[in-house]
Ligand binder design. Structure first.
Ligand SMILES: CC(=O)N[C@@H](CC(=O)O)C(=O)O
Ligand SMILES: [Zn+2]
Length: 315
């Protein structure tokens, strides 16, 4: 990897995977990946390999998020190095298998890029989830995809955070990319949501192809929403939820929440306002799968990242 001014030369992406069914009830991703497994022509591109793959087939079969434990939290060093045994949770042994096929995580042999397709019940629209603010190649890709999708918008959620980052399935790749599209109730398919997901993948693959073929991408900036906090529902003394998302906040993913704005409405009719000291941007508002994670929404802050120009290294 060489740097010259504000350009970087990076190796071509030769192995790319598209994961679906990391959560077995998120049906747009499951449906698209199953289609692409049957007929790869739509996702084929010259010069590199693209592998569509169902990551949690048992959960897909049951149309449930997971069997024993959340696969998208299972790719920890501890799990990946756990001794094989009958007693391992299904998703832990599956994570080991996925790590063998597409990793090993953190190694030179790992896949270059993994797209992991997810759906959310939240009104997030098309969203790309990145783990690193330093990955110029992923950020250039995001920039390209955002432009290609205009007039549709596509937000970038940055999960780079000391405690809130999680060990996702896609993290076995050198460049992990989460694709999150909503609103779609789990266990259902919405045509508009599936279509947005398909467009994001098409443009992202176009980007990789152009990059591999030598197109230069000039320095740019990308607006991202960085996760800073996870907010739980208000609870009573027994630990039960005692309020719901306020109707003024419901469906307002990515919109400014200011100090004093309504946040929750208790079941006895009291409004609980946001009491932070600055404007924040909530997302994953009222995501169904997050009730068990004690998360009503996540708080993000808007940042503008400067991104270096990139070109493929000729080596
Ligand atoms: C609703 C949902 O499953 N969201 C994903 C987000 C991600 O892939 O980073 C998750 O919690 O794993
Ligand atoms: Zn998911």
């Amino acid at each position: 990897m060489t740097s010259c001014h504000n350009y970087e030369s990076l190796p071509a992406a030769r192995r790319v995977a598209i994961f679906g069914g990391t959560h077995g009830n998120e049906m747009s991703g499951v449906t698209l990946v199953n289609q692409w497994i049957k007929n790869e022509t739509e996702i084929q591109r010259p010069g590199f390999q693209i592998k569509p793959f169902i990551t949690n087939p048992r959960a897909v079969e049951k149309c449930t998020r997971y069997i024993d434990t959340d696969l998208n939290r299972a790719f920890t060093t501890e799990n990946l190095s756990a001794e094989k045994s009958e007693d391992l949770p299904y998703e832990v042994s599956r994570a080991q298998e996925i790590n063998r096929l597409f990793g090993p995580k953190g190694s030179q042999e790992a896949y270059d890029v993994i797209f992991d397709l997810h759906n959310t019940t939240s009104n997030m629209g098309g969203t790309l989830i990145l783990e690193s603010s330093k990955d110029d190649c992923n950020l250039q890709m995001v920039h390209y995809v955002q432009n290609a999708l205009i007039p549709m918008s596509c937000s970038v959620l940055l999960t780079e955070h000391p405690t809130l980052k999680y060990a996702a399935s896609r993290s076995v790749a050198k460049r992990p990319v989460g694709v999150e599209v909503g609103p779609q109730p789990h266990g259902t398919i919405r045509g508009d949501v599936l279509d947005t997901m398909k467009k994001i993948i098409k443009h992202a693959l176009d980007f990789i192809q152009l990059f591999n073929e030598g197109k230069e991408f000039s320095p740019c900036t990308v607006d991202v929403y960085r996760i800073t906090e996870s907010v739980d529902y208000p609870r009573d003394k027994d630990g039960n939820i005692s309020a719901m998302i306020h109707t003024d906040l419901q469906d307002r993913d990515w919109q400014a929440l200011n100090p004093g704005d309504p946040m929750f409405l208790t079941f006895d009719g009291r409004t609980i306002p946001y009491e932070g000291d600055s404007t924040v941007y909530p997302t994953f508002i009222n995501e169904a799968a997050y009730y068990e994670k004690q998360q009503a929404f996540v708080i993000t802050r808007k940042e503008t990242l400067t991104v270096k120009g990139i070109r493929v290294s000729q080596a």
